[in-house]
Design a protein around this ligand. Structure first.
Ligand SMILES: [Zn+2]
Length: 311
């Protein structure tokens, strides 16, 4: 089969590799569509501490395809909690001690979904749901996890009007929050309105969700949130950074990190996508072949949010 393989930052190659062979309980998926995401772009540029542990490494983790054994259209997450470790026992599935390695290899013709993920986090796709939209299940599940606990009528600002910012807006709006989108171009703010946001400033928010992926975004979130407010750090950054300790203390801020998704939010995300409540397809701005993928990552085109990859 043909597969994208990551050798080093900036060095992604499309190669002919042996077809993968599923083991007992594994599900072999013929990839119909994969989606690019910000994490993959970040990884292409500088590598990733958790995602890629070998070189060359399979690459890509958002997909929809056919279960080769049954012919059914399926989606799957890129991990599944073990259900047995101390963190899982405490209900903290995103912190599962056996979560890694995360599944990669969606930028390929075939992908083996390992037994545990197949058992816990692989689902048939509702008939009315387009494959490229169904493939948004993993990022939307992350957004649902990040917005759990948001209460109706809270004012929540989202920093970072990228595709994840849009998904966060939709989750927040659906939870009954008043959603403000801060920053970004006029086009991005217009798109955010379609995902339930109104233009606004983070200083008016009870909760600020940081989704810029930049140290400045982390600092801005802490300096902008209302006194007594909460900052949710959605995007991961590799750096040690300084935050305003005086603000955090005297203004009684709550700082909360969020990471990844749970089996519950994967199921909820699939249903949310199928509801058609928001214009999910608008996030998929480009379409490329496997061979065109390295060039897309090397130089993302104007207006790029996410791309559909058809292997
Ligand atoms: Zn576990």
């Amino acid at each position: 089969m043909r597969a994208a393989r990551f050798y080093a930052p900036g060095d992604l190659r499309i190669e002919e590799v042996p077809d993968p062979v599923p083991g007992k309980g594994d599900v072999l998926v013929q990839i119909e569509v994969a989606l690019t995401d910000g994490t993959d772009l970040k990884t292409f540029r500088r590598g990733h501490p958790l995602l890629l542990t070998e070189s060359p490494s399979p690459f890509g983790h958002e997909f929809c395809g056919f279960d080769v054994a049954t012919g059914k259209r399926v989606v799957a997450a890129n991990s599944a909690p073990c259900g047995a470790c101390a963190m899982c026992a405490r209900g903290r599935e995103t912190l599962c001690e056996n979560l890694l390695p995360l599944l990669n290899g969606a930028y390929a013709e075939l992908l083996v979904v390992p037994e545990r993920i197949a058992r816990v986090n692989l689902h048939p796709v509702p008939r009315t749901l387009a494959s490229e939209v169904a493939a948004l299940v993993e990022p939307l599940a992350c957004a649902l996890h990040a917005t759990a606990g948001i209460e109706a009528r809270q004012t929540v600002a989202v920093l970072g009007p990228g595709p994840m910012g849009m998904l966060l807006c939709a989750c927040l709006k659906d939870a009954g929050a008043e959603v403000l989108i801060a920053g970004g171009t006029r086009e991005r703010r217009a798109l955010a309105r379609e995902f339930g946001a109104t233009d606004g400033a983070a200083r008016d928010a009870d909760v600020v969700i940081e989704a810029t992926g930049k140290p400045k975004g982390w600092r801005d979130a802490v300096s902008a949130v209302r006194r007594g407010g909460t900052v949710v750090f959605f995007s991961g950054i590799p750096d040690d950074i300084e935050l305003d300790a005086r603000r955090i203390h005297y203004d009684e801020l709550t700082l909360r990190g969020v990471f990844h998704h749970t089996p519950h939010t994967i199921r909820a995300a699939l249903a949310f996508l199928a509801s058609g409540a928001y214009p999910w397809r608008a996030l998929l701005t480009h379409e490329v072949s496997l061979e065109q993928l390295p060039a897309l990552f090397a130089e993302p085109p104007d207006g790029y949010l996410k791309a559909i990859v058809r292997p």
